[in-house]
Design a protein. Structure first.
Length: 240
């Protein structure tokens, strides 16, 4: 982002000014003149440098995460509607009928090393390839394989989760900020979750109802090209 570059450039200017005023202060001390004012200015420049550099990093990162969150929520709609379409055609949800909970982490090959199954309870773990194969076999057609646009985690997982327990499924995406329809997990880590059995207390939503929400419409009403389109197309047939 331009603002990030401007702030980083300002940081460079302030660090140069810091050294300039430090040199001036030393010269004045050598000449036995008062240098207090110049020392104060130099350290003010150093402080301004740190602030500019910090903002130059954090502001673009949050702007990037804001855009990523939009994409993640759009993917939530995409998968939620495919799962419901599968149910209409097959009569059950993907992997419904297993004796244990079934989990599928949806990640591409660049994200795989960051997607570790830490669930200590007995369950069945499906691969992304198995998840897509199951969906496509029930739908009767190929689907786009969409993933979190971020490769390396920065405070939250970089994969989506599909889970089914009995006849109830859940699908979750991980977000960087609070929305009216998300729940906080940790600092700068929120989760929005859909299910076929909604629960107001725990904030599980039916995808059809969530998509009617004005807050959700507002959050997802943005189209991206460029970087996000390129990353999408890089992985759209990841598991073929």
């Amino acid at each position: 982002m331009i603002i990030g570059r401007i702030l980083c450039a300002l940081a460079v200017v302030f660090i140069i000014l810091f050294f300039v005023f430090i040199i001036v202060s030393i010269v004045r001390l050598i000449k036995k003149k008062s240098a207090k004012k110049y020392f104060l200015i130099s350290f003010a420049c150093l402080f301004a440098c740190f602030i500019s550099f910090y903002l130059g990093i954090t502001i673009p990162e949050q702007a990037y995460q804001d855009d990523c969150d939009v994409v993640r929520l759009q993917h939530l709609s995409y998968y939620g509607n495919l799962i419901e379409e599968y149910k209409d055609k097959v009569g059950k949800y993907p992997f419904e009928g297993e004796e244990q909970q079934v989990y599928a982490f949806i990640y591409n090959k660049n994200q795989k090393e960051y997607c570790v199954d830490t669930n200590p309870y007995s369950h069945i773990q499906k691969t992304p390839a198995e998840f897509f194969s199951e969906l496509e076999s029930g739908l009767g057609h190929k689907i786009d394989q969409l993933f979190d646009p971020q490769y390396v985690p920065s405070g939250r997982p970089v994969f989506y989760i599909y889970m089914i327990d009995g006849n109830q499924y859940f699908f979750a995406v991980h977000l960087s900020k609070k929305y009216p329809f998300s729940k906080k997990v940790a600092s700068k880590y929120y989760k929005t979750e859909i299910s076929n059995i909604p629960d107001e207390e725990y904030q599980f939503y039916k995808i059809q109802e969530l998509e009617k929400s004005e807050d959700y419409k507002k959050a997802t009403n943005k189209n991206f090209g460029g970087y996000f389109e390129l990353r999408k197309n890089q992985h759209i047939r990841e598991y073929q």
